[in-house]
Design a binder for this molecule. Structure first.
Ligand SMILES: O=c1ccn([C@@H]2O[C@H](COP(=O)(O)OP(=O)(O)O[C@H]3OC[C@H](O)[C@H](O)[C@H]3O)[C@@H](O)[C@H]2O)c(=O)[nH]1
Ligand SMILES: [Mn+2]
Length: 347
């Protein structure tokens, strides 16, 4: 099996259950280093299948490492995974949920998600003009007639958003009215999300370039003690997309697919996400109308400017958003603590 960039990519897994799913992924994942974020009770022992190279962090580790900034990392929510993004020192991250397994393409071939995500990340994005034959850099495809040659070089790709066969990533209301709906449709396409367009980024099967966008991949304040859950990846998706648009880098969605095996409880999910369902009707226009200043030329500065805009632009909805803005600042402080600029390392 191919294991591209095995020394430049970490796999981040949040878990409050177990890691048995890694047995099925072994042919594809074993060459890579895992960063496991153990959520919930830190005294519980998580079994990692033999033969994997990994580091494991529980809540006690997060508190020990981040100290007075640890509060910004969620507890009892998959949002905790973003601690793994912060603590990694690799250029690329792939994150996957522990109930996602190897899917098969229409020919029945098992899908090597890392191979496809890395292809997506290493080929340019085309956010400024939509190519109707989808990914023009793919074998057997190209830019179609009328596509401006001045734009055919594309821009660097920051994120690669994969999809899911079987249980689709639906919100609770949709899941409640369509409990038996399964995604059986394999769409053989990768496309760039156009500039100025947001998208619902799901953390289930996601890869990104840490250098290009890692500092904005904060999954917010969710779970225990928070008024909202299951908007962790959505929050990160909105923040990263406006920053990618500002910095002129791209976000792709489509292949590869994973097999999402388990539907979480829609009633529990409704309790977690209901505030998000009506808040997002204000949050999304906020992001759609947001512009970052020219002086914000790197991800960290963009993110701190965004935190300030969140405090001012969303604080009226609920005091939660001021706390979330504080969390965004604490996240960058934690990011800088664990990822000091190269220059400061030379001293
Ligand atoms: O308190 C928790 C709950 C879960 N996890 C880990 O997060 C992963 C996702 O959990 P699960 O598969 O139960 O949730 P889904 O509803 O299928 O996931 C979607 O919604 C939540 C997230 O946004 C997620 O990315 C979405 O796919 C899994 O690895 C659990 O072990 C946790 O760490 N803490
Ligand atoms: Mn799941």
């Amino acid at each position: 099996m191919s294991a591209p960039l095995a020394d430049q990519l970490d796999i981040v897994i949040p878990t409050i259950r177990n890691l048995d799913f890694l047995e099925e992924w072994r042919p594809f994942f074993q060459p890579y280093h895992l960063i496991i974020i153990q959520d919930g009770d830190p005294t519980k022992r998580i079994y990692v299948p033999e033969g994997y190279d990994y580091e494991l962090y529980n809540r006690n580790d997060i508190e020990r490492i981040l100290g007075d900034k640890a509060w910004a990392i969620s507890f009892k929510d998959s949002a905790c995974r973003c601690f793994g993004f912060m603590v990694s020192n690799k250029k690329y991250i792939y994150t996957i949920d522990d109930d996602c397994f190897v899917a098969k393409d229409p020919s029945g071939k098992p899908i090597n998600v890392l191979e496809q995500h890395i292809k997506n990340l290493l080929t340019p994005s085309t956010p400024f003009f939509f190519n109707t034959l989808y990914d023009p850099y793919r074998e057997g495809a190209d830019f179609v007639r009328g596509y401006p040659f001045s734009l055919r070089e594309g821009v660097p790709t920051a994120t690669s958003h994969g999809l899911w066969m079987n249980i689709p990533d639906y919100d609770a209301p949709t899941q409640m009215v369509k409990p038996r709906e399964r995604n059986k449709r394999y769409v053989d396409a990768v496309m760039t999300v156009p500039k100025g367009t947001l998208y619902p980024m799901c953390g289930m099967n996601l890869a990104f370039d840490r250098d290009l966008i890692g500092a904005a991949m904060y999954f917010g304040l969710m779970g225990e003690g928070q008024p909202i859950g299951r908007y962790d990846d959505m929050w990160a998706g909105w923040c990263t997309k406006v920053i990618c648009d500002h910095l002129g880098v791209g976000c792709k969605t489509g292949l590869p697919y994973v097999w999402h095996s388990k539907a979480s409880n829609p009633f529990t999910n409704l309790r977690k996400e209901y505030k998000g369902i009506f808040w997002q009707e204000e949050i999304i226009p906020f992001f759609q109308n947001l512009t970052l200043s020219k002086s914000s030329t790197n991800v960290e500065d963009c993110y701190l400017e965004l935190a300030d805009k969140v405090r001012k632009g969303l604080g009226h909805i609920d005091p939660y958003f001021s706390k979330l803005a504080d969390g965004m600042v604490a996240w960058i402080e934690g990011w800088r603590l664990l990822n000091p600029p190269a220059a400061s390392l030379e001293k």
